[in-house]
Design a protein around this ligand. Structure first.
Ligand code: HEM
Length: 224
């Protein structure tokens, strides 16, 4: 029952929400198609949180995707013991870097009263979920060693079976609960994507990274 919920209901519900709600939000509420900037409210902790978070999580996610789209080359790459050790170590370092950034971003919102006023329930849900997701990922990488290898032989065929609408749960049902929670967390994050600021992920293709800095002008006496 739990397995069917996590590995069939959740992923398809998440997919349906992304496919139907995302375009609706784009056309009905175009101006919110971004992450609201809070940089002008607090910038010091933001800098120390947002950089480790993005530079840590993006390569880790890219590795997850590479496993799905190119399992053959990935198996060949990680088939050598030394390379496996190097890539696993880099992965763990990046995961810890992302976790550090995410926790800092969470603490920043908790400890800055002015930020609390512009933090909605959806922002809290997303931040806690991302922190839990990163933590469970780092846990799996640490205590269920050589995940980058067994992922290719278990999670990847399962994910392909989902994409071809023929879910084969036998690849994943015998895993410990923490792995199942990691998969459930991923599907929940995808489900939340069209309702939260995470929608900026689809802001193709990361153009905002080369946007010029925004200039804020304060309207107050003496500055007019
Ligand atoms: C929102 C989506 C996801 C995020 C943000 C995420 C995040 C992470 C992070 C931060 C790590 C730790 C990396 C490391 O320290 O080496 C990790 C590891 C892992 N994740 Fe995910 N993950 C996601 C989706 C998934 C999915 C859908 C699966 C499989 C069904 C999965 C399976 C794994 C496995 C097996 C590892 C261990 C890799 C290793 O041992 O090197 N993840 N994930």
């Amino acid at each position: 029952m739990l397995n069917s919920f996590i590995f069939v209901v959740l992923p398809y519900a998440a997919l349906a929400l992304v496919i139907f709600v995302t375009p609706y939000r784009y056309f009905s509420d175009r101006l919110t198609w971004s992450a609201y900037s809070t940089q002008f409210l607090e910038r010091k902790t933001l800098l120390w949180g947002i950089n480790p978070w993005h530079y840590g999580i993006l390569p880790v996610l890219a590795a997850h995707f590479l496993g799905v789209i190119a399992p053959g080359p990935m198996k060949a790459l990680l088939g050598n013991q030394n390379r496996l050790l190097v890539f696993e170590s880099i992965g763990l370092a990046l995961g810890l870097f992302a976790l550090f950034g995410c926790l800092l971003l969470l603490l920043r919102r908790v400890n800055t009263p002015i930020l609390k006023r512009v933090t909605f329930a959806s922002d809290w849900a997303l931040l806690y979920l991302l922190a839990a997701q990163t933590l469970s990922g780092v846990y799996v990488a640490t205590y269920m060693r050589w995940g980058s290898q067994w992922y290719l032989h278990t999670a990847v065929p399962y994910l392909w079976s989902l994409l071809t609408f023929n879910p084969q749960l036998e690849y994943v049902t015998d895993f410990p609960l923490v792995f199942k929670l990691h998969a459930a967390g991923a599907f929940l994050i995808v489900a939340l994507l069209p309702f939260t600021k995470l929608v900026h992920l689809l802001y193709v293709p990361f153009d905002f990274l080369k946007d010029p800095p925004i200039l804020y002008r304060w309207r107050s006496k003496g500055s007019e």
